[in-house]
Write a new protein. Structure first.
Length: 277
């Protein structure tokens, strides 16, 4: 008997061909991958003919999956043993219960939205993910458009849907946040402690060369300058995932040049233990 494996999109079929017989498609069963590292799960799926590009991943954090071995499969669809049509994996750094014994990858389709206002952004994410909700839209509540590089440094000001609402697992939850030492924009229209995007900067570009990247950002933002382009000064195109671990080597505009709220500031940086080019 000759066995050939054929993949059509996300569906995997095995064609069993006996001598003198006609090919008869037999659905391939989904392997159990709950609790496995993502790289191992990909390997198991590849063994049954499912390409990595055909797998829908839910989760992975702000920057996506940079290292598959750092993520664990918490939920899978279809369930282990079911015929494969489309594969969907929910991942996290670690799963509360990755045994896979409860309902074989099946989970609730909705949950009651918790009250997240005032919580740390990281804690709010954990609370939502514990409910099976991984589709998050995180925004800077001050209106400055800043990225939440370190979630534990931010707190929740707004949420949608509101607490107590019944929310579908596939619904996107919107969270508005500010830094821990900032005041949320009030529901009564009171302003945030941070300047608005239209605020005027102080007028002159400060000298930030040699400063820790986080300190340089804070100094610039205190002047109303929030348009920044951060690059790896070594040319390796590394991401500055933790700004406090980097230092500024070069800046544009130069120190003393005119600076407004619409000026794009370019900062080139290396890690603290590295020398500037």
């Amino acid at each position: 008997m000759r066995i050939a494996l054929v993949v059509f999109g996300a569906a995997a079929l095995v064609l069993l061909t006996a001598c003198g017989g006609s090919p008869e498609p037999v659905p391939v069963s989904m392997p159990p991958v709950i609790g496995e590292r993502l790289d191992v799960a990909y390997s198991d799926l590849s063994a049954v003919g499912v390409d990595q590009g055909d797998v829908e991943i839910v989760g992975g954090g702000t920057f996506g999956v940079l290292d598959e071995s750092n993520w664990q499969v918490c939920e899978q669809r279809p369930a282990a043993g079911a015929a494969i049509e489309k594969v969907r994996l929910v991942i996290d750094r670690s799963c509360p219960d990755a045994s896979g014994s409860s309902d074989s990858g099946q989970s609730a389709t909705s949950f009651t939205m918790p009250d997240l206002i005032g919580m740390g952004l990281q804690d709010a994410q954990d609370a939502l993910q514990s409910q099976g909700s991984y589709l998050l839209d995180q925004q800077d509540a001050s209106g400055l458009g800043r990225l939440q590089m370190i979630d534990s440094n931010w707190k929740i000001c707004t949420q949608s849907p509101t607490a107590g609402s019944e929310v579908g697992i596939q619904s996107t939850v919107q969270l508005g946040a500010v830094k821990l030492d900032e005041t949320c924009p009030g529901a009564d229209g009171s302003p945030s402690t941070q300047p608005t995007p239209a605020a005027e900067a102080s007028g002159a570009m400060p000298d930030v060369v040699g400063m820790v990247l986080q300190d340089a950002q804070d100094l610039l933002q205190s002047t109303g300058s929030c348009l920044m382009d951060q690059v790896d000064a070594t040319g390796q195109s590394r991401f500055q995932l933790l700004d406090s671990n980097w230092k500024v080597c070069a800046q544009e505009p130069a120190s003393g040049e005119a600076l407004t709220a619409t000026t794009l500031v370019r900062l080139s940086a290396v890690k603290l233990d590295e020398s500037c080019p």
